[in-house]
Write a protein that binds this ligand. Structure first.
Ligand code: HEM
Length: 330
């Protein structure tokens, strides 16, 4: 159903905000690295890192600010802007794999300006207020999520044990690998994740055609982030590390040893990438749980309470895992 909401991005300056955020992102990470390399982890360095997190997250704010006045193109581009951390990691890894003579940051900049222009000039975006219910895809998405949850719960717990040291992390991972890297489970896990990515992008595309409230915006935004995160993460682990460089995908690989995540100019991009990955995977599940509770007649206040507590838990879990990856030990 067409509405008065502008569909394409022509004449909508908001469209360029996600582009600006994405263009600034690598430079802000660079400023953090510069500050940390010269002065250590000072307040100034911390402020740069906070801005690096704020840039992609500001794209979510754009979706929520005066939603009825946002063009569909600007809203969709804002969701892509939210995924800047994994997309910048992917750009860096692919640039390396292809031995590109052009630095990743320039490729990144050209791609984003091109995306901005394409969105501004596109005629095809449709403004729709009714997202199709798509019951079968949503049920399949939910069933696959439950199976993936088994792996993700273990995987995040495994990374939490990094707080106890690399040896503990390795011992737990060795046990888990017996299951998730077995010839039977691993292909199923990868297939389920790819199915989730494709189905999730399809649904996010439809939902982003209309104004969204806070809960829906976080659900769609976290789904978009996870789609980019999963593709990037699997490319890093399966293609770059295991197939091409033939290195172990262990704690040392994840933490960019020996330099570590914070003090290396390339590795620093992994901090927002991992931190928001751990946060959004839990946030996405909690948003799904809220929908299920509401659909089963649970009072909105209670469903919102569970949702809010879940988001707070997701933030705490993400902070703990990221602190461990960055070197904190208990
Ligand atoms: C803090 C965030 C994360 C870190 C540091 C991390 C790190 C790792 C590491 C080190 C591996 C290699 C495991 C191995 O060799 O056995 C791996 C594999 C994998 N990760 Fe993550 N991960 C994170 C979050 C996630 C999330 C949120 C997902 C899913 C949504 C995910 C999905 C996977 C998958 C599917 C594999 C491949 C498993 C296999 O080898 O079969 N990761 N990750």
């Amino acid at each position: 159903m067409s509405t008065e909401v502008p569909a394409n991005g022509r004449g909508d300056p908001a469209l360029w905000l996600p582009v600006a955020a994405a263009l600034l992102y690598p430079w802000v990470l660079g400023a953090f690295h510069g500050a940390a390399a010269t002065g250590g982890l000072t307040l100034v360095a911390g402020a740069w890192l906070a801005i690096a997190f704020a840039l992609p997250l500001s794209c979510l704010a754009l979706v929520l600010f005066r939603p009825e006045r946002r063009s569909v193109a600007a809203r969709r581009l804002a969701f892509v802007g939210l995924t800047a951390p994994p997309l910048f990691v992917l750009t860096g890894v692919l640039t390396g794999l292809l031995h590109s003579p052009v630095k990743d940051v320039w490729i990144w900049s050209v791609l984003w300006i091109g995306l901005g222009l394409a969105s501004a000039l596109a005629k095809s975006a449709q403004a729709e207020h009714q997202a199709r219910p798509w019951p079968r895809l949503r049920i399949a998405h939910g069933v696959a999520a439950v199976l993936i949850l088994l792996f993700v719960t273990f995987h995040l717990f495994n990374h939490l044990t990094g707080l106890l040291g690399p040896e503990t992390h390795a011992r737990v991972m060795k046990l888990g690998r017996l299951v998730y890297r077995s010839p039977f489970v691993e292909p199923i896990l990868v297939a389920l994740l790819l199915f989730q990515v494709l189905g999730g992008i399809t649904m996010a595309y439809r939902y982003s055609a209309r104004p969204l409230d806070l809960a829906r915006a976080i659900q769609v935004g976290s789904g978009a982030y996870l789609a980019a995160f999963i593709l990037t993460h699997m490319n890093s682990a399966f293609v770059s590390a295991r197939m091409v460089h033939r290195i172990q995908t262990d704690w040392a690989w994840a933490t960019g040893a020996p330099e570590g995540l914070l003090r290396d100019a390339w590795n620093i991009r992994l901090v927002p990438h991992y931190a928001l990955g751990a946060f959004f995977v839990v946030a996405h599940l909690v948003c799904g749980l809220r929908q299920v509770l509401l659909a089963h007649g649970v009072r909105r206040e209670l469903a919102d309470g569970v949702w809010g507590a879940g988001l707070a838990g997701a933030a705490a879990l993400s902070a703990a895992i990221t602190a461990g990856l960055c070197g904190l030990r208990l």
